[in-house]
Design a protein around this ligand. Structure first.
Ligand code: NI
Length: 169
C-alpha cells in the first residue's frame, strides 16, 4: 500500500522514533508499505517517521525495486563504526525538489534487527553508506537540511517558505 509521505516541517520528522519491540505482522506490513511508497516516489530509502509512524524502522533499496536481493529492512539500526568522509549530493522524499551536498562518513558498519528480530551487522560504502546514515538520521529526528552548511540551509529554508506561499509545497 502506498502511504502519504509527510513533508518538512511536520513535527513527526523531528522527533526520535520509538524502538521496535514487537516483530509481528504489523511490522511486516509497515515494511512492505515503506517499500511500496519508496518505489512509487522513485526513492532509494524511506524511514517510518516519513509516513507519520514514529518507530525505528527504515527500508533501503538502491536498485529501486529492480532486484529483490537489494531490499533491506533495518529495525532499531545503529552505526557501530564509521570512517572517512564523503561529500555528495542528497535528496529526501520529505523535501521534494531540494538537492544539496552533505558531508557524510565514507564507510559505516551498522547493527540492526531484521523483521524477525534477529540482529545482524552490515558494512556500507559510498551510496549505501550515505543512505544508511541519512535514514538512521531520520530515526533520530535529524533531517539532512540540518547537515548542510548554514548558508545552504538558510537558502533552502527560504526556498521552501517561498514554495509554501505559492502553494507548491
Ligand atoms: Ni530522507
Amino acid at each position: 500500500m502506498i502511504l502519504k509521505i509527510v513533508k518538512y516541517p511536520d513535527p513527526v520528522l523531528s522527533q526520535p522514533g520509538e524502538p521496535v519491540t514487537e516483530f509481528n505482522a504489523e511490522l511486516r506490513k509497515l515494511a512492505d508499505d515503506l517499500f511500496d511508497t519508496t518505489y512509487a516516489s522513485q526513492g532509494i530509502g524511506l524511514a517510518a517517521p516519513q509516513v507519520g509512524v514514529s518507530k525505528r524502522v527504515t527500508v533501503i533499496d538502491l536498485s529501486m525495486g529492480k532486484d529483490p536481493k537489494d531490499k533491506l529492512v533495518l529495525v532499531n539500526p545503529e552505526i557501530i563504526f564509521s570512517e572517512g568522509k564523503q561529500y555528495e549530493e542528497e535528496g529526501c522524499l520529505s523535501f521534494p525538489d531540494i538537492r544539496e551536498k552533505v558531508v557524510r562518513h565514507a564507510k559505516v558498519c551498522i547493527r540492526a534487527q531484521d523483521l524477525h528480530g534477529k540482529w545482524f551487522e552490515m558494512d556500507g560504502e559510498e551510496l549505501m553508506s550515505r543512505c544508511m546514515q541519512h535514514e538512521i538520521d531520520h530515526l533520530d529526528g535529524m533531517l539532512f537540511i540540518f547537515r548542510m552548511s548554514a548558508l545552504k540551509r538558510d537558502l533552502n529554508l527560504r526556498k521552501i517558505r517561498k514554495m509554501q506561499r505559492e502553494g507548491k509545497w
